[in-house]
Design a protein around this ligand. Structure first.
Ligand code: SF4
Length: 360
């Protein structure tokens, strides 16, 4: 990293010029309030821009201010998050809105340090919000920026390892523009999304091709070094769609569990030594305390989450006896099939609901 300062200023100039001519017109760029920047940055974590646009527009329409978000019910927030994944982001956004209203007078704090005290805002999001919303010279490091930096500086370490991560933070810090930090950070992300893509980067049209060490050595396709992909574990899950007087039983997942706060049909992992029907009856009993009669299988649904895959076997069941209680969940409810659409469900359950509606 010899001569890194003059190189930094060259990179800044080239990149800012390119960004000003090529930045995409995205909804959160039209009105850069700290609230809009915050919501968009949380939604963009681990999620593609194209997916986020509609979610962002719906969210801002329903909750145009941090006060409105703070007053909302968690179910309404998660319903708008349904399908976006990583639901702890939605839960934290809601929790954070309450804190911002109660402790910060409804205004997002503007320093890296204070921002990182807010639930769901880590080092990356704090840097993005501080630079884009408050023009503070704070670095950011997301997947796009990591890729661009590894290539420009020909970094051969694994970005998941601490030593390389630290080096990347140093580079991001050294590069960030002091006068236009927000534009510079967005430009880095934009370059990674549009030009310096994971495969087949468009080096010939890249504004940084004259300063890029990977391009010079024709190593752009092998950097950053990739992690070996591990096979995702697979689970067989059974669920009961339990009817009682034309209503269906749903339960709310525990707040601190995976997919916490979302509603689902009661069920769980099938044991190796039991039949599907026995597993449904046992799981429903353990989760809600009721006894059921397990009927026909409605459908089999496959779904992939970030860290595992499931095959879900859904059975139509009749309530027999007992009072439904939240034994291994936060709440239980009997609702009409029509009202299923009002509650936030995980992706696999949304697929079952679709089948259920088609079967009616
Ligand atoms: S020259 Fe190629 S590898 Fe280097 S930053 Fe540009 S697109 Fe990425």
């Amino acid at each position: 990293m010899k001569n890194s300062k003059p190189q930094a200023s060259k990179i800044q100039t080239l990149l800012l010029r390119w960004f000003r001519a090529n930045a995409r017109d995205l909804p959160w760029r039209r009105n850069r309030t700290p609230y809009a920047v915050w919501v968009s940055e949380i939604m963009l974590q681990q999620t593609q821009v194209a997916t986020v646009i509609d979610y962002f527009n719906r969210f801002m329409k329903r909750f145009p201010t941090v006060e409105k978000l703070a007053r909302a019910k968690q179910d309404s927030v998660l319903k708008l998050w349904e399908g976006l994944g990583y639901y702890s982001r939605g839960r934290n956004l809601h929790k954070a809105a309450k804190i911002i209203v109660a402790d910060y007078g409804g205004k997002l704090p503007d320093t890296l340090e204070e921002l990182q005290k807010i639930p769901g805002i880590g080092r990356y999001s704090a840097g993005a919000i501080a630079s884009i919303a408050f023009n503070r010279p704070a670095p950011i490091l997301d997947g796009n920026v990591i890729r661009v930096l590894c290539r420009i500086f020909r970094l051969k370490g694994n970005p998941k390892e601490t030593a390389t991560k630290n080096k990347l933070w140093q580079l991001a810090d050294m590069l960030v523009h002091t006068k236009h930090p927000g534009d510079f950070n967005e430009a880095m992300m934009e370059l990674g999304a549009l030009v310096c893509t994971p495969s087949n980067p468009s080096c010939s049209s890249c504004p940084l091709n004259k300063v890029c060490a990977a391009f010079k050595h024709n190593e752009q396709d092998s950097l950053p070094v990739r992690q070996k992909k591990t096979r995702l574990p697979h689970y067989t899950i059974v669920v009961g769609i339990v009817y009682k007087d034309n209503k269906i039983l749903i339960d709310k997942r525990r707040q601190n569990a995976l997919l916490g706060g979302l509603w689902e049909f009661p069920g769980g992992k099938k044991r190796k030594d039991e039949s599907f029907k026995t597993a449904v009856a046992r799981e429903v009993k353990e989760e809600t305390g009721i006894t059921i009669e397990v009927g026909k299988r409605l459908c089999i649904v496959k779904h992939t989450y970030s860290h595992f895959k499931i095959t879900l076997h859904a059975y139509v069941c009749e309530y027999k006896n007992g009072a439904a209680k939240p034994l291994a969940c936060d709440a239980v409810k009997w609702i009409t099939p029509k009202n299923l659409k009002k509650y936030p469900f995980p992706g696999a359950n949304v697929k079952i609901i679709r089948q259920l509606m088609n079967a009616v």
